[in-house]
Design a protein around this ligand. Structure first.
Ligand SMILES: CC(C)(COP(=O)(O)OP(=O)(O)OC[C@H]1O[C@@H](n2cnc3c(N)ncnc32)[C@H](O)[C@@H]1OP(=O)(O)O)[C@@H](O)C(=O)NCCC(=O)NCCS
Length: 152
């Protein structure tokens, strides 16, 4: 049975195992275990029994802006609505914290548009995001991800 939890640091090795192939192919930015521990409160994890099948992070940038990061569902568990449920829960968490805008940089434009996200020009993304995160990306500085925001 699928259930969703806020993880602890003990979940980090399994989370890294799940995301490894997507880090390798450049879909998701690599985050080491210290970085994941620092931001452990931002994650929501989907479990099927004892197995981690997906996760997402909601990172807060400012008092109004947050970002959906590291969304992943294991390949054998896709197309069952787990990804959508993770996005929905991340949006609800953003609402809980009274944040106003959710940002995502993704290749999954259609999936996010289903939640009302709209494409924005990448030039409008805050500089903190670019300098702290994008420079670590395999694709930097030629970024072909699509930036979308949702106003909540
Ligand atoms: C993107 C990703 C997280 C989606 O996860 P998922 O669990 O497959 O997502 P869902 O099942 O909720 O929805 C995916 C699609 O399956 C469809 N779907 C959902 N339930 C379904 C079902 N029962 N039968 C068939 N299709 C279904 C959805 O309509 C959706 O279609 P769409 O893409 O045309 O909108 C997953 O493909 C992934 O990990 N990709 C690699 C990493 C990545 O790109 N992450 C995004 C970074 S922002």
């Amino acid at each position: 049975m699928i259930h969703f939890i806020k993880p602890t640091v003990l979940d980090i090795p399994k989370m890294q195992g799940l995301v490894a192939s997507e880090v390798k192919n450049g879909n998701i930015l690599e985050r080491n275990s210290s970085e994941m521990a620092t931001t452990i409160r931002s994650y929501i994890v989907a479990y099927d029994g004892e197995v981690i099948i997906g996760f997402v992070a909601l990172h807060i940038h400012t008092d109004s802006l947050c970002e959906i990061r590291s969304l992943v569902v294991g390949s054998e568990f896709r197309k069952q609505g787990v990804g959508k449920e993770l996005i929905q829960r991340a949006i609800e968490e953003a609402m809980h914290y009274n944040l106003k805008t959710v940002l995502v940089l993704t290749y999954q434009q259609k999936l996010f548009e289903k939640f009302g996200f709209e494409v924005i020009a990448k030039e409008t993304i805050p500089e903190t995001k670019i300098w702290l995160d994008c420079i670590k990306c395999k694709h930097f500085p030629i970024c072909d991800e699509i930036a979308l925001t949702l106003h909540i």
